[in-house]
Design a protein around this ligand. Structure first.
Ligand SMILES: NC(=O)c1ccc[n+]([C@@H]2O[C@H](COP(=O)([O-])OP(=O)(O)OC[C@H]3O[C@@H](n4cnc5c(N)ncnc54)[C@H](OP(=O)(O)O)[C@@H]3O)[C@@H](O)[C@H]2O)c1
Length: 325
């Protein structure tokens, strides 16, 4: 019997490496498409640029699944140049992969393309499942990121790949211990006494533990009923104030300076990032995953944080208070 084969385009980063490790453990052949191949990472790497169809296309033949994670980080100032790079680094690889898959004799059975839970409207009301409202809100300063998300999914949806099932991954903030995860950053802030609420603290945070991210991808690949958008998020979003309370508990810090919106604006300017990443209220739940019987290992953030902290430090005594959510 042939082993299952997974291609991860843009797989050299945080999520790609986590996925590569997970699927390799399951016994899959994993191949990463990257602009800068390295020999010492988890999977075999193939060079590409994501802009034109060439030699790498043959790797797609007979693949079980392809996951496309390409995208320049959005953790930067939205200057004209950065906006262009954020947009192009998502649209071009998506378009190019569509062309390549369309040319395959034996195309991958399923194509999962990264999208984002940020596509949903800023809300303090009921949580959004996949039928939630899409759009930007001036208060959340999310006009550009919603524009990117819409264009990304539209590009994906208009690719003509008749024999390949397509799923857009509307992923929430992934918590892991890797370098591009927000977990170590928030831990550091909490340790420095800066882990207070950010802005009003009322804004919701949607999240998922990296292990559940991988398990959800496996679940979606395996089930033919999944096509179209799927929310990849834990079922219990919480508020920013609740989350920061958990981080303070995790490092045993009794206080955390709150940051008002103007302080966040100043901080974001010096850290070369945007406040939208913090102040937008993202209340997104995994409607389709739950309806299909997917069981989360980490349904609530305290359990996710405890596990990550234990993994980072080997400290098994960490006892986190559960906030009322
Ligand atoms: N991490 C999260 O919490 C999260 C949540 C929701 C959505 N997402 C989305 O999921 C995707 C992966 O996230 P991540 O955290 O793994 O990001 P990451 O660590 O920054 O990795 C991004 C990958 O994109 C590739 N890339 C960047 N610019 C590219 C370009 N111009 N052309 C082709 N490839 C390019 C890079 O590959 P090479 O440099 O090796 O070519 C890199 O491996 C991103 O699209 C992100 O927006 C992430």
């Amino acid at each position: 019997m042939h082993e299952s084969k997974l291609i991860i385009a843009g797989g050299s980063g945080f999520l790609g490496q986590v996925l590569a490790r997970y699927f390799k453990t399951l016994g899959w052949e994993v191949i990463v498409f990257t602009r800068s191949p390295q020999a010492n990472r988890v999977a075999r790497e193939v060079q590409w640029h994501g802009e034109t169809v060439s030699q790498w296309t043959r790797e797609l033949e007979g693949a079980t699944a392809i996951v496309n994670l390409c995208g320049r980080t959005v953790d930067c100032r939205y200057t004209t140049k950065n906006r262009e790079e954020i947009m192009d680094s998502r649209m071009k690889p998506t378009r190019t992969l569509g062309e390549a898959i369309a040319r395959c004799k034996n195309p991958p059975s399923v194509w999962l393309n990264a999208s984002t839970a940020t596509i949903y409207r800023h809300t303090h009301g009921p949580a959004w499942n996949e039928s939630g409202e899409i759009g930007a809100t001036p208060e959340a300063k999310d006009e550009f990121s919603v524009e990117v998300a819409r264009a990304w999914e539209e590009t994906f949806n208009t690719t003509a790949t008749a024999h390949t099932r397509k799923v857009a991954l509307r992923t929430a903030m992934v918590l892991g211990d890797g370098p591009n995860s927000v977990f170590p950053v928030l831990l550091r802030l909490a340790r420095l006494g800066l882990g207070g609420r950010m802005g009003s603290g009322r804004q919701f945070v949607s999240w998922i533990h990296e292990a559940d991210f991988c398990r959800a991808i496996e679940h979606v690949i395996a089930r033919a009923e999944f096509s179209g958008p799927v929310n990849i998020a834990a079922p219990n979003p919480l508020t920013n104030a609740e989350m920061m309370h958990l981080f303070r508990g995790l490092v045993g810090m009794p206080f955390g300076l709150p940051a008002s919106e103007w302080m966040l604006e100043v901080g974001a300017f010096f850290l070369r990032t945007e406040t939208e990443l913090i102040i937008k209220s993202r209340r997104v739940v995994p409607g389709r995953l739950l309806a299909s019987g997917f069981q989360f290992q980490f349904e609530r953030m305290p359990d996710a944080l405890r596990e990550l902290r234990m993994r980072m430090t080997g400290d098994v005594k960490c006892t986190l208070p559960l906030p009322a959510i």
